[in-house]
Design a protein around this ligand. Structure first.
Ligand code: IYR
Length: 223
């Protein structure tokens, strides 16, 4: 086997503790401002922003650096309509029969239902696919590792990058999402992971009055 090749870690920046704390605090506040939005404006997104955010997402740590993801960017109105129709069909079944009472109760504060107008109104849908496996040069299957973890991390980084750029997102998961392979012509080794709706929020956009847990509820500091 070829010897692995190493380079010096030249891009690392060390901050002094004071500056480190300031940066951590600033970034925390920046992310505390992020809200999932369900009312989108039809305003188009400036060229290049989505591309940069996808490059940022593609830097995510992942299993054996096999980068088991694909991002299908949809701006075309006809394709967005097809996605809306297919998603609403699944969602109608979910809200009318598939979802348990407990699930519907948990969703109540979010005010969601099977109507998904944002799938047509938002200027951009990013369908995120996880590649369950890849292909070797000879066409045989190539195993991928920690696929869900990898794609989950990349998705989080994408949401963060879009937020930092000034765009709102909605992490949408119509279930099942198999229709995305068909509409977007993606191969069978790719599984829809989530549908990220992105754009400017509508001028009158409202968000549910819900809170994030406090630090002591989400973390323990072991002594
Ligand atoms: N996919 C449905 C239901 C839904 C489920 C969860 I868990 C949410 O956090 C939000 C919605 C929908 O998009 O309406």
């Amino acid at each position: 086997m070829k010897q692995p090749s190493f380079l010096p870690l030249s891009q690392y920046i060390e901050y002094q503790p004071g500056e480190m704390q300031e940066r951590a605090d600033w970034f925390k506040k920046e992310l505390q401002r992020r809200r999932t939005v369900r009312d989108f404006s039809t305003r188009p997104i400036p060229d290049g922003v989505i591309e940069d955010c996808l490059i940022a997402a593609g830097t995510a740590p992942n299993g054996a650096n096999l980068q088991p993801w694909h991002f299908a960017v949809v701006k075309n109105a006809k394709i967005k309509s097809e996605i809306r129709a297919a998603a609403e069909k699944e969602e109608k079944e979910f809200y009318d029969s598939r979802a348990s009472e407990e699930w519907l109760e948990d969703l109540y504060p979010l005010g969601t239902d099977h109507n998904k107008p944002f799938l047509e109104e938002a200027p951009c849908l990013i369908a995120i696919f996880s590649k369950s496996y890849g292909f070797n040069e000879d066409g045989s299957k190539k195993k991928h590792y920690y696929v869900k973890e990898s794609v989950g991390i990349a998705s989080g980084m994408l949401i963060t990058a879009l937020h930092y750029s000034g765009l709102a997102t909605l992490t949408h998961t119509p279930s099942p999402m198999g229709f995305l392979n068909k509409i977007l012509d993606r191969p069978e080794n790719e599984r829809p992971f989530l549908l990220l709706v992105t754009g400017y929020p509508a001028e009158n956009a409202e968000v549910p009055d819900i809170k994030k847990k406090e630090l002591h509820e989400i973390a323990s500091f072991i002594k």
